[in-house]
Design a protein around this ligand. Sequence first.
Ligand SMILES: Cc1cc2nc3c(=O)[nH]c(=O)nc-3n(C[C@H](O)[C@H](O)[C@H](O)COP(=O)(O)OP(=O)(O)OC[C@H]3O[C@@H](n4cnc5c(N)ncnc54)[C@H](O)[C@@H]3O)c2cc1C
Length: 417
Amino acid sequence: MITPHMRDADVAIIGAGAAGLMAAIWAGRVIPRNATLRRVVLLDGAKRIGAKILVSGGGRCNITHDLVDASNFAGSTPNAIRKVLQRFDASSSIDFFARLGVELKREDTGKIFPVTDDAHTVLEALLGEVTRLPLELRTSFRVEELNREKDGTFEIVGAAGAIRVGRLVLATGGCSLPRTGSDGHGHAMARRLGHSITPRVFPALVPLTLPERHLVRSLSGLTIRAALEVRSARGKRLASFTDSTLCTHFGLSGPSVLDISRYYLDARAHDPTAALVINWLPGETVESIDRLLQTRDDRSVVAVLRGRLPERLSRALCEEAAVEPGLPISRLSRDARRSLARMICELPLPITGDRGFKVAEVTAGGVPLRELNLATMESRVCPGLFLCGEICDVDGRIGGYNFQWAWASGYVAGVSV
Ligand SMILES: Cc1cc2nc3c(=O)[nH]c(=O)nc-3n(C[C@H](O)[C@H](O)[C@H](O)COP(=O)(O)OP(=O)(O)OC[C@H]3O[C@@H](n4cnc5c(N)ncnc54)[C@H](O)[C@@H]3O)c2cc1C
């Protein structure tokens, strides 16, 4: 069944998330004014567009970061990621939104938000531009199947009917937050059109879980700046992040944990002995804390640690090291001192898992960038097909990087398609 009025659309963009909206806007902007037959349709399975934009950045939408470079991303090679980011950098994003009337501010961390601190401002600006341009937006159009026809056109099949188009942008996202419509079906459709998907697709920017009786779980609600490190079995540092760390009833969350999660999960998949280690006092070492604990005065252990660590945490670490928190510091044995210093600076975390795609902010893995022509984001294996956003094998750190990838890759796909 072919819906008659849609039959001759030139371009369809599947997925109206950040990347798809961007691709549609730029595709719409380059349509010549008198080109009556050039039709661009933007399809999304959701009834309401932009659910993920609205929940992003705690409802404030961290649209980009002051300093963006390929080192803030993982997945495909830095060179490949850089090629796309260079085409539409952070200042291009800032300029783009300013022209749409979105006033932005830079926070001390370098993160960039709308001055309204409200993600609706960003979504409304994007949707306003979609409406202004000669684009057709169809919501509640969930695409079930994509077929490449012999004449090179694409058949897009959904419950609402089928559409035939000349060119296609796949911007269906990854698997994170499936309730927003990004449930990995885009990967299956890309595969059907000849693409590969990385052997592993896993949650990134995701909280991590710890065993039920672990001391961190008893500290639920505590937030502290801590350093997290992924180490190989031989003790080699594979990744490290120092930032705010949140102890929760299930384990750990907060920026440092979200940032390191994909590196930890990836390392474990290759080396089951890789470990995640926390330093509750970034910058200190087992040796420096050992020296601190050699203080000869009347204070208790917990009193010596006061001012450096929250008391709840000090007590929990003492318990873990089998040290009585009220013990006068001068009576601490050498072994107890070393053990407590290790708990403070090198506590291994026996991670039991992650909180999954239901809460993960992004997806690690997807279509490898080597399968795309990065000057256009056109597929090398299926001409006429373009890909952008999180469906690609690119995931960024917390801080606006993932949207920057969506804007940049969406821009390149949009102007090229
Ligand atoms: C809680 C949360 C907070 C975040 N905060 C930030 C932040 O502050 N800053 C930042 O940079 N990044 C943030 N991110 C990450 C960022 O939101 C994503 O990386 C980005 O939105 C990805 O854009 P996308 O367009 O590629 O995919 P998506 O936003 O996932 O959009 C894909 C769209 O495709 C549609 N779709 C999927 N399959 C089909 C189908 N078969 N048929 C039709 N439509 C389909 C979906 O309905 C969806 O609308 C956050 C993510 C989450 C989950």
